[in-house]
Design a protein. Structure first.
Length: 290
């Protein structure tokens, strides 16, 4: 039976997700945060229960006309996806999208039978920093960088992120309340690891770094790296990234990761390769019109 998720399901849900996708970073604390912080509405989440044991999990997250689905449960994805599609349709979505991570060939076959098609690839990249401090950044002329100030920089950081990603493949407007939940309330948030590059009184680019990734305290994480259009092609993205590497290294971290659209129109993948990052995990986005 499919039923709503409860907070005390967190351990079982995390185990189901990890079994369905060993490449994915997940733990029970992360699952609990989806409920307790309102990252996903409880009405949009379901567990599949069999013989009083949780064997599957799915959620639906709608942004604009697009619904993102997250089915997990080896061998039971058809049931989970069917519910998620119907729920997304009831919420007014016109298209559904979900990730298939490397090794999830059975899920890809199910989606193909249901009329999905692979639309795009994404990578999780990582770099090993070593023991010596990473090279210092070279800042473009006129740029100064400083850490995020919670009492002053919330609105300008949000607006800079929205603007920088406006030409991204899957961009949809994000309300500031949602941005606060995903970024300011994320695990490990430390304003001293959020870097704003200023050109006069305008934010030219941002780099939002975290000292851990989903409980992995050995992996620093770049949640957002964005440069606004007028300041692109000047080396600002690379400078921000190298600045973050040095700060995370100073905190004792020797490995840093981030996620990227494999076909980013800004050439982000080439930038990351230039600073020594390599592909750790690949996932494909599969789409279907409802």
């Amino acid at each position: 039976m499919l039923r709503e998720v409860r907070v005390d399901d967190a351990d079982a849900v995390a185990a189901v997700i990890a079994a369905a996708n060993p490449s994915r970073a997940i733990d029970a604390e992360e699952v609990r945060s989806w409920l307790t912080q309102g990252l996903v509405d409880a009405n949009d989440m379901r567990v599949l229960e069999e013989d009083e044991r949780i064997v599957g999990y799915v959620d639906v997250f709608v942004r604009g006309d697009l619904a993102y689905l997250d089915p997990n449960g080896a061998g039971r994805e058809d049931e989970l996806v069917a519910w998620a599609e119907a729920h997304a349709r009831d919420m007014g979505a016109e298209k559904v999208r979900l990730p298939v991570w490397q090794g999830q060939d059975a899920l890809a076959a199910i989606l193909e039978r249901r009329g999905y098609r692979r639309a795009r690839s994404s990578f999780e990249l990582a770099v090993d920093l070593g023991e010596d401090p990473p090279p210092a950044p070279e800042w473009p002329a006129g740029i100064r960088v400083r850490a995020y100030r919670p009492d002053e920089d919330e609105r300008v950081t949000y607006e800079a992120q929205e603007d920088a990603f406006r030409d991204a493949w899957d961009w949809r407007p994000q309300p500031i309340e949602q941005w606060r939940t995903f970024e300011l309330e994320a695990r490990g948030f430390d304003p001293s690891l959020w870097f704003l590059a200023w050109d006069g009184d305008e934010v030219a680019g941002i780099c939002l770094a975290f000292p851990e990734h989903v409980g992995n305290r050995a992996l620093g994480w770049i949640s957002v790296l964005g440069v606004r259009r007028p300041w692109r092609r000047r080396g600002l993205g690379e400078a921000l990234l190298r600045h973050a590497f040095r700060e995370l290294h100073a905190r004792g971290l020797r490995r840093v990761g981030l996620g990227v659209d494999a076909e980013s129109p800004t050439g982000a993948t080439r930038l990351y390769e230039r600073v020594g990052m390599h592909v750790a995990v690949r996932s494909d986005s599969w789409d279907r019109q409802l």
